[in-house]
Design a binder for this molecule. Sequence first.
Ligand SMILES: *Cc1c(COP(=O)(O)O)cnc(C)c1O
Length: 389
Amino acid sequence: MRDNYQVNDSGFYGDFGGAFVPEMLYHNIQELKDNYSRIICDATFQRELSNLLQQYVGRPTPLYFAGRLSHYYKTNIYLKREDLCHTGAHKINNALGQILLAKRLNKSRIIAETGAGQHGVATATACALMNMTCCIYMGEKDIQRQAPNVARMKLLGAHIVSVSSGSKTLKDATNEAIRDWINNPTDTHYIIGSVVGPHPYPDMVAKFQSIISLEIKKQLNRPPTHIIACVGGGSNAIGAFYHFLQDEEVMLIGVEASGEGVSSNKTAATLARGTQGVLHACMTKVLQTADGQVIEPHSISAGLDYPGIGPQHAHLHQLKRVDYGHITDKEALEAAHFLSRKEGIIPALESAHALAYLNKMKLQRTDRVVVNLSGRGDKDLDTLTKENK
Ligand SMILES: *Cc1c(COP(=O)(O)O)cnc(C)c1O
């Protein structure tokens, strides 16, 4: 049977996925697993979500033909403008979807963890809109590094819990959020921000982000020849690929952050450098030592600074349905400056990794290349101006 690239009934994508959760979390996950498909497919749910995506997020986002960029690369380049979503990135698509789902499950309280703060801001925004109590776990170090996003979350009414255990970053915040969920199983829903974590999260988040490729399909008369997206956990990329996975003639390209170089010790290129292992309750590829300790990743863009990758990507990589490349900090910075000057669009440093990949490709005049512009660069102004060329 041909692989449809989607999750099977046991929650796996080939060798990857699953739900390796402690027994105390079993009930929470089971409740989600038993209900998410039915709720998402329900017509009233779909109407409510699609109305919010239109009126509140600003969807459909434009598929902009980038004339000056196309001229430079001697091909046809389209930018999918997720940077124009309310809150400045694709993450709001998922946050709203999960909050509506939480309401259907009679939850009144939302928890989430955030590293860079982008997922925290999207979650706090959706909670304000839906009148849900919002509690965001964040490492003490990240709270200092991401002060503007912390201020945003507070303005939006979220309660920020500073986590000072371990390395005081994302993984420690995740541990605390999980502890909270174990202690509050009835009234609380845990929103994960990417296509990672235990089943059914990767599939659920992919479904909420798949609106991106659904729109691309409608916005182009013919299918694109290539779709390029950056990959942290992999949610904007899966969203941009989703409805083209079965169109084998469309080349799909995921771009990881190689930091200071794919062979260096400061990298976040999980598929290039990682090995199989369990991270955040999911079998996937992980940056880890030979004895299974997670290696601290590095990328100039906080949103790509993750030591794992969604299990569906690990599977698509193994099957070679998607090509995965990588881009260094320096190449991404250059691409961000280049797009700003060429098109008057300042991209997020994450998205700049996808843009930089255009330099690595041999493109034909007749190609139709979609680059998923996952977010806007306002949050990265410090880095963009400090490390200026
Ligand atoms: C969070 C983020 C990413 C990385 O997350 P994915 O789940 O891989 O999409 C990419 N771009 C932007 C703008 C982000 O905020």
